[in-house]
Write a new protein. Sequence first.
Length: 214
Amino acid sequence: MVTLLHLDSSLNPVGSTSRAVTAAFRKAWQEENPEGTVVYRDLAAEPVPHLDGLTVSAAYADPSTHTPEQAAAFAERLKLVEELERADAVLIGAPMYNFSIPSTLKAWLDQVIVVGRNTGPESPLKGLPVTVVASRGGSYAPGTPRAGMEFATNYLEGVLTEMFGAEVDFIVPELTLAATVPAMAELIPLAEASYAQALVDAESKGKSLKVPVA
């Protein structure tokens, strides 16, 4: 049975562009993979713990020597790691906050990246298809005034490809604040077009990830 791991990280439970686009992708994926399973994590509603010294020390210690606290921390991390390793495809909603990704998404990445287990040339995640919906209130496209402040897709592409060897694809709905910020009112048509295209791309990519059942 094939599995899609779906992560959302927008703080807005309703009205979120990234959540709407990931939902469109997920719907299309489920239509193409009716026997598949979706594992869903809402990192905003139920954030995973930030990586700390206790959790890191547990990863390098013999499990037989773990304190109860280390054992609990390691078990929670292992659950996240195995959840990722079981996935046949990953879908991530990653809105831009302060030029980067939400801290909850960064916390998840820190938990699931385990050097020596799922990183490097022999990573078991090599080739894993990862689709990221990277929404943002403005535009950070090449040639725009804030192009140099784009630390969301740049970071995610770097960490997912360099650490895991994943195959990363981005859907980028832009100008999501145009309808609510008066100074951006003239950009509303561009924002609407970007959102519409993102939905089309999400449906197309979701359908294209039909995974053959072994």
